[in-house]
Design a protein around this ligand. Structure first.
Ligand code: FES
Length: 93
């Protein structure tokens, strides 16, 4: 995907591997759908965004504010708030 001013760049860490993600605002319904599409982790997001399974739990670290928060990826919109963040998937599936 070519980068432009609307491109959102962030990183996703899973099992010691870091994947750099390039996307656009609202290209995906949620961070869960993006991770499911781009990383294809078996067992991740089992309830397809219903907020009931907890398998999409991630940690989002924003380097600028030095804040880490635990969130359900199905509750996170893909927008500028993810820019330059590190999303860590710590679940074992
Ligand atoms: S996909 Fe089940 S809680 Fe998010």
């Amino acid at each position: 995907m070519p980068a432009n001013e609307n491109t959102i760049l962030f990183k996703v860490a899973y099992q010691g591997r870091i994947t750099e993600v390039h996307t656009y605002p609202n290209q995906y319904y949620s961070l869960m759908t993006l991770i499911s599409d781009q990383l294809a982790i078996p067992g991740f997001g089992l309830c397809c965004g219903m907020g009931s399974c907890g398998t999409c739990l991630v940690q989002i670290s924003n380097g600028y504010h030095h804040v880490t928060r635990n969130v359900l990826a199905c509750d996170v919109q893909v927008n500028d708030e993810l820019a330059n963040a590190l999303v860590t998937i710590s679940g074992v599936f």
